[in-house]
Design a protein around this ligand. Structure first.
Ligand code: FES
Length: 123
């Protein structure tokens, strides 16, 4: 197993578990991690909306954002930044890599960029 500055990468699941345009929640060592598949690119974020602490699992994927299924806030999967209200802060992200069809993450969540200016939406 590879050890990096952020700690070990741990097996979370398989890429086949998360279809393109979908997401799936995984629990590992007390972390609730949402893995999103954006056209074959995989991202891992904390499965908890910063607005009212609802689960993000099942939220639509739009571009590189996940849409909270409860009230519709969008979060950028690349860095966890919030993109639209009603959320005013972002969500944590997890370093993720794919090795031979396995999704591996480091369980050291990265804070999103500080709240404030919302960057122009990308894809
Ligand atoms: S709980 Fe996610 S937008 Fe309200």
């Amino acid at each position: 197993m590879t050890v990096t500055d952020g700690g070990e990468f741990l097996l979370l699941g398989l890429t086949a578990d998360v279809a393109p345009g979908k997401n799936k929640a995984f629990q590992l060592n007390g972390h609730d991690v949402l893995v999103c598949n954006v056209n074959g690119e995989f991202y891992a974020v904390r499965n908890l909306c910063s607005h009212a602490e609802e689960k993000l699992e099942g939220g639509r994927i739009r571009g590189h954002c996940v849409v909270c299924p409860k009230h519709g806030a969008r979060f950028d999967l690349k860095d966890g930044r919030h993109r639209t209200p009603p959320a005013w802060t972002g969500i944590a992200t997890y370093p993720l890599r794919v090795v031979d069809g396995r999704i591996e993450v480091q369980l050291n969540p990265q804070d999103p960029p500080a709240p404030g200016r919302v960057a122009a939406s990308g894809t």
